[in-house]
Design a protein around this ligand. Sequence first.
Ligand code: MOS
Length: 731
Amino acid sequence: MSETMIGAGPKRVDGRLKVTGQAPYTSDNHLPNMAYAYGVFSTIAKGEIINIDLNEAINSPGVIDIFYHDHFPRLYRSPASMAQRNRVDETRTPFEDNKVYYAGQFVALVVANTFEQARAAAYKVKVDYRRDSDTLANLDQGVKAHGTQPGGNHHSRGDEASAFERAPVKIDAIYTTPVETHNPMEMHATVASWEGDRLTMYEATQGVVQHRGAISKMLGISPSNVEVRSPFIGSGFGAKLFAWPHSVATAAVARQVGRPVQMVVPRQQMFTTTGHRAETRQHLRLSADSNGKITSMLHDSISSNSYTGNYVEVCGRVTKSLYSCPNVTVDHAFTQINRGTPTSMRAPGAAPGLFALESAIDELALAAGMDPVDFRLANYAERDESMDLPFSGNHIVEATQKGAEKFGWYQRNPAVGSMRDGNEIIGYGVAACNWEAYKQPCDARVSLRADGTAFVSCAAQDIGTGTYTVIAQAVSELTGLPLESITVKLGDTSYPDAPLAGGSWTTSTVLPAVAQATRSAIDQLKSFASGGEGDFGGLSADDITFENAQLSANGRRVPYADVLAAQRLSSADGEASTEGMSDDFSFRSFGVHFVEVRWDPGISRMRVSRVVSAIDVGRVINSMTAANQVEGAVVMGLGMANFEAAEYDARNAMPVNNNYAEYLVPVHADQPPEVDVILLDYPDYNLNEYGARGLGEIGITGMAAAVANAVYHATGKRIRDLPLTLEKLMA
Ligand code: MOS
């Protein structure tokens, strides 16, 4: 074991539970005497409920009660603070009043003895609406109707406008990205159970502690009376970071009916009431000098927001620091429309932002007459010019060179449409990827037990990414215990506080806390040994060493389990409470995607045939789960590039393709035959003792631009509006 554990690629320790169906998801919890809730969802996007007719529904079999705005327990709005751990993105609580702000909003909630009974009755609830005619269905309509509001995150240095004015090489273009929806396989779901004043929730959430904070605020009860459990989730991609209306509604009605209640959000409403990636319109204006050095960058973006929340898509979050440039302006604005509240979706801001930026950089490189790879190499920033700080670690030059070599970039013929293979035209594209690295404050507890096992607990989450496994690896390395002797417990507010699983920060945050707790348990073990009567009694704890699950001193080695047993002690325990990251550096991860597309104009078929992604993420903790993260993100990026778009009827803001038949995500047939992930393995000890940065999100950034740039190389069509559909290619 020991030191070889970090960087190795052991299989997921929870893998067997997952594939045998023993890892319970929220909706697997069927408590005694449980009732089931089903929503009635608005069929208009803006207006008012003028009447609700419950007559038929209330007499439907099994119905316990039907809730709506005039018959709903009192709820409060959460302050929605990330720092106070009570953030929600939809700040309006459900059933506040009779107003409708988006299609798919909860207008009633049926509670019945079974799921089927609740659903059948929900279909019988008759709602009369007064529909407003000035419904705003999309970003353009919002801007036209009432303009934009400032979205913050402004950055400015130098004088972009005058530098652009005098530059010899320039591009100026608008890029747009549509609404995308998170489509985790596991549905959003809540189970709420009250015992007196105490609430236990099973929740499909990426953060039990944040969820507890938000729910207790909205119910107006003490967080100490709320426990949230989410040991396993079927992914979330950001949609499960913060509480949505169904969750607080379920908790409220469970108290009212005096029974545990389960609610699963139907897939269609996961397109309306549990968040989505906002629609964006981005203005990129870039210039370069005659030597191919970037001289100015403007990135102005507008994103769609709702009337029920306050979410801004920060498209320019990477633009201000990836390239060296003296004159930069980055701005954000939003416009409110009649749609559910947007939220973070894998690499929020950066995913749409880098589609625009890295497409524009490609256009600028070509305008400058330079190879797009050489152009990037000539312009990457060596320090973060927006923060005026050094990067904690940045190997993007090496990533670009290694990726280019592996991909065979320089064998390409740069002329558009010049590379053919039979009926297919081949295109090569490149784009940089980038995402912040974080480390958050975190607590953890570790027990070394008398039976020779270790027990780790932490209220962090494993959202399917391998957190259980990397924690077990870290404890194994420090203790010498084999993985199977280490039990890791996550996703429960009764464990030590931890941040939600977001921002790609879980590994870099949780491992240092677990390591510190492990060392503290080992220290307690040594003090037990030195204070006892046994082999080490009377020695100073400092003279005792711990290695391979054994204590040793003066040539004597004893398994730690025997030391505990000899003193009739159950365990040696350690707790840790670690701090966030330093502010001496700009912490980011870096990488590059190389993409090959094949376009067959005869049958209008376009597919991504080859991807090489070289990513600089600090030290790799588990080579298998790490590569999995990037591969998954590449496929999701391919979906963003070619398929995903939630459509809304421009006349009434009703969702059009809110189902798996019509909202396209990549299926097996769409996977590129080759996805080659190169993980540069340079530890970043400025971030944490493991040198690990996160990598859940970076892999999706830049991917859509790399595809779009390859499509341009193949076809000569510069498509600035995602997704890159066949209609656009044939136009
Ligand atoms: Mo991520 S969008 O912070 O789950």
